[in-house]
Design a binder for this molecule. Structure first.
Ligand code: GAP
Length: 441
């Protein structure tokens, strides 16, 4: 039997960061050179999990719908896009310098006191644009300026007419994109919660203007359900509607899906009614119409946009925090990541009981039969108990043990991560038994 004890919030962050480092989820970037300011690399386990988060989003938002299509737009863009979108003028944070220790802070996050030295002697706040600026080509002059996108959204707006003209979609329909975005955050913090380079999962849902409120409510409910379906505990999630003063320059209404992080409730995803702000702005700036002609009503209109905008890297961190538990099995302490099977870096670990030549060939055959269906680990080192603990710690839902009886009965032991229950399963039935356990068999 297992007994779970809650991990205090203060310790949780430290424990998850340490687990990420030691088990190969997330490494500080350029570590051999002393690291590079709040930049992270996703290791062998982290890359699997991050990919699983993005795939789960794509599955729910694109694969399982007929009204949403995908896109993968460029990261580098010309100033014209960001001029039209309003980001050049308004995508800023208020920056203050501490006159005492010369640290720089976001004025809206520090309540007039320098968090480094406690001084109240701060400069006036000035607008600091968060976009990364670079030059495309060998000439570093104003004519060659380019920006790294600070959101994936604009690629969906600038391709609205392309998608409309090539897919036979009509409002209400959406364009979805997953990819990197870059913001020169003044104070990146809290591990991968706020970084300068991160991944977003965004969808722009184009609707007739009078249907916008209905679709806004629809997407709030859909997006909350997505987290719940992936095992996020309901008490760790809430929806918070923005005050008018908080709204982004493009928004007519925003609500955040918030997660209870160790430091308190904070944003996981923003769902906004962007109105016709972006399409109208791009139509005006480019001179290319960005509207829809409805042949049924003979009306031409600029669709409104409902945008669920989530962070992939931030969401992965929230799932890790929610899944981290410590319990006791048979008097022995263990760490368990209770991740949904869809998100776990490995779904199955194949473990031959001993390294003896007789067991390895069977174990490798079992592994080969599972690999087309599941992401699998294969581990032959140390005692079976130690190997179970290692798999529990990285969230592997099922361990498959090949032992000496397997040579006689063509069966293996399947062990469940959460209950630690073990059952004997014929090798011939293994794939269907594991599929049944995913709930998709
Ligand atoms: N297109 C709308 C948009 O970008 P946002 O609220 O600025 O909206 C959406 O970003 C999501 O992207 C956030 O809810 C968060 O999950 C993620 N995100 C934003 N900035 C981030 C950062 N610096 N580091 C990690 N994730 C970030």
């Amino acid at each position: 039997m297992t007994e779970t004890a809650a991990v205090p919030a203060d310790d949780l962050m430290e424990k998850v960061v340490r687990l990420c480092r030691t088990r190969g989820f997330i490494f500080p970037s350029a570590e051999i050179y002393g690291g590079f300011r709040s930049t992270y690399d996703y290791g062998p386990l982290g890359v699997n999990m991050l990919r699983n988060v993005k795939n789960a989003w794509w599955r729910a938002m694109v694969q399982q719908r007929v009204d949403v299509v995908g896109l993968d737009a460029a990261i580098l863009g010309p100033p014209a896009v960001w001029e039209a979108s309003g980001h050049l003028a308004t995508f800023t944070d208020p920056l203050v310098d501490c006159k005492n220790c010369h640290e720089r802070w976001r004025a809206d996050k520090i309540e007039g006191v320098c968090p480094n030295c406690g001084s109240r002697d701060l400069t006036e706040a000035r607008a600091f644009n968060l976009m990364f600026k670079t030059h495309a080509g060998p000439v570093e002059d104003e004519g060659h300026v380019a920006y790294l996108r600070p959101e994936t959204a604009q690629g969906m707006f600038t391709n609205f007419a392309n998608v409309l003209g090539t897919t036979r979609k009509k409002p209400p329909f959406g364009i979805a994109q997953v990819g990197k975005s870059f913001r020169n955050e003044i104070t990146p913090q809290n591990f991968v919660f706020r970084t300068r380079e991160f991944e977003q999962m965004e969808m722009e849902y184009f609707v007739p203007p009078d249907e916008a409120p209905k679709w806004f409510d629809y997407w709030l409910a859909e997006r909350m359900q997505w987290y719940l379906d992936l095992g996020m505990p309901a008490e760790k999630l809430r929806l918070r509607h923005h005050e008018p003063s908080e709204l982004s320059h493009y928004s007519r209404g925003t609500a955040d899906v918030e997660f209870e992080f160790p430091w308190g409730w904070d944003e996981l995803e923003g769902i906004a009614n962007r109105g016709d702000y972006d399409l109208s702005a791009h139509a005006a700036a480019s001179g290319v119409a960005q509207d829809y002609f409805d042949p049924q009503t003979n009306e031409r209109y600029t669709p409104y946009v409902i945008e669920p905008a989530a962070g992939a890297t931030r969401t992965m961190m929230a799932f890790l925090l929610a899944a981290y538990t410590e319990d006791e099995v048979g008097g022995e302490a263990r760490t368990v990541l209770r991740l949904h099977w869809r998100l776990a870096p490995y779904q199955v670990a194949v473990l031959p009981l001993s390294k003896k030549d007789t067991l390895e060939p069977v174990a490798r055959q079992v592994l080969a039969s599972l690999q087309p269906h599941f992401m699998c680990d294969y581990d032959v080192t140390q005692s079976i108990g130690r190997r179970y603990r290692r798999q529990d710690e990285v969230g592997t839902p099922w361990c498959v043990t090949v032992d000496f009886d397997s040579l006689e009965d063509d069966a293996v032991t399947v062990r469940d991560r959460d209950t630690t229950e073990q059952v004997r399963v014929p090798i011939a039935d293994l794939v269907s038994e594991l599929r049944r356990r995913t709930g998709e068999g």
